[in-house]
Design a protein around this ligand. Structure first.
Ligand SMILES: *Cc1c(COP(=O)(O)O)cnc(C)c1O
Length: 406
């Protein structure tokens, strides 16, 4: 069976995790701090806080920004449930917007139409690894008439004076937009280092801050580190310093710090990340080449004039296929021992969000993009031969299901 997205765990990773285990320090410590600094340098953001998942990082972030009851956060209808769940947990309202027809990402004109005086943030999602339209979104929220609508409800929001631009960068580590890397494209970006993501720490995430000049990013780093550790003003490592046992709790905090065991994996992953991207790009190119010759295939965009993907998910679409036909094709592909997936079921299609009143028919592009979509395996260890097996399995399965029906 060709798996969908196994992690790359080899002797190098095992050696680094073993070194962390033997170092006498296994929770947040020197490896986590180095990992944060290396991410800041790689992404070109101003500061980074490592956390235990995308989800908890974003949850803390929304809390820190003061987003709560009565506020609205705009998100695409086409994303993973985490993007919306965190907004629900902060008691704000996720305002869902439809996506572009060609790239699965948030449609800027539809965002404009969804902005109200309650809009506190826009969370764009880089589906598959292709950055959303951050420049267009930033221009939009800086328009005088949009700024005039904005109502700040605390000091930080007042200082920014406009809607906050967030990036769900769970897929896009290493992606570029006009030469700048993901992590530095929005005011604040959140990465996921979950096991299936491009760069993994088993579970993990990072918040990257690139707020305007008048925000002090050293202060922000300290504030977020306190928030992710019970609100304690000293972390465990600081408390081990001679005579430094005494601490205070300055607010009821969360608990979602990254451990040095996780950071040990992440440091190895980051050091050789370019290899990973190069291999993914080669696989994307092989898929594109193979499917470009098929009239039924709609290949995903992964390189445009100003964007380069992180090659996270190969989102193939089967032209004119219904949802039922797509499901039958997937079944056929699995019969040939190839694992594929669907990214994503749009949020209004999920019980939790149906129950909150969202309706699939309000998001036709999201539905259309989902109904005929199949995500193909992409990872460093996938061989050229296996890529060929995947291509053959997809072609045969499509022919069986679509051609045989005609
Ligand atoms: C994986 C993923 C998340 C959640 O990441 P966790 O680290 O598992 O919390 C959020 N958004 C998107 C788009 C994802 O794919």
């Amino acid at each position: 069976m060709i798996p969908f997205s196994p992690p790359r765990i080899d002797d190098k990773v095992i050696a680094e995790v073993t070194a962390a285990l033997k170092s006498g320090w296994i929770t947040t410590g020197p490896r986590t701090k180095k990992f944060e600094k290396d991410i800041t340098a790689y992404c070109g953001c101003k500061t980074t806080v490592a956390v235990n998942s995308w989800t908890m990082g974003m949850q803390v972030l929304l809390h820190w920004w003061g987003i709560g009851e009565g506020d609205e956060v705009i998100i695409p209808a086409y994303t993973y449930c985490a993007s919306a769940n965190v907004i629900v947990h902060s008691r704000a309202t996720p305002v869902m917007v439809d996506i572009n027809e060609n790239d699965f990402n948030l449609n800027v004109e539809k965002v404009r139409a969804a902005i109200t005086p309650k809009t506190k943030a826009i969370m764009a999602v880089d589906i598959g690894g292709l950055p959303a339209d951050y420049i267009e979104l930033m221009d939009l929220i800086n328009e005088e008439i949009i700024k005039a609508k904005f109502k700040a409800s605390n000091e930080k929001q007042e200082k920014l004076g406009r809607i906050l631009l967030l990036s769900d960068s769970a897929h896009s580590f290493g992606a570029k937009f006009y030469g700048k890397r993901s992590g530095s494209l929005a005011d604040i970006s959140s990465f996921s280092f979950h096991a299936v993501k491009n760069l993994t720490t088993a579970e993990g995430g990072a918040l990257c801050f690139t707020l305007p000049e008048d925000f002090n990013h050293d202060d922000i780093y300290a504030e977020i580190c306190t928030k992710i550790l019970h609100g304690q003003n000293k972390d465990a490592l600081a408390k081990t310093q001679k005579g430094n046992w005494k601490y205070d709790v300055i607010e009821p905090g969360f608990k979602c710090n990254m451990t040095d065991l996780q950071a040990a994996i992440g440091l190895v992953e980051l050091e050789r990340y370019q290899e990973n991207l190069d291999r993914r790009k080669a696989i994307f190119s092989q898929y594109k080449e193979a499917f470009s010759r098929e009239i039924w295939a709609n290949n995903p965009l992964f390189e445009t004039e100003n964007k380069t993907s992180s090659y996270h998910l190969y989102l193939l679409r089967i032209n004119d296929s219904t949802e039922e036909q797509r499901d039958a094709i997937i079944q056929q592909i699995f019969e040939q021992d190839v694992s594929v997936n669907v990214h994503f079921q749009p949020l209004p299609n999920l019980t939790a969000y149906k129950n909150l009143g969202y309706k699939m028919e309000d998001y036709p592009e999201a539905y259309n993009s989902f109904a005929n979509e199949i995500s193909l395996p992409v990872y460093y260890d996938l061989t050229d031969e296996q890529v060929q097996t995947v291509i053959n399995a997809v072609k045969e399965s499509v022919n069986k299901v679509i051609t045989n029906e005609k």
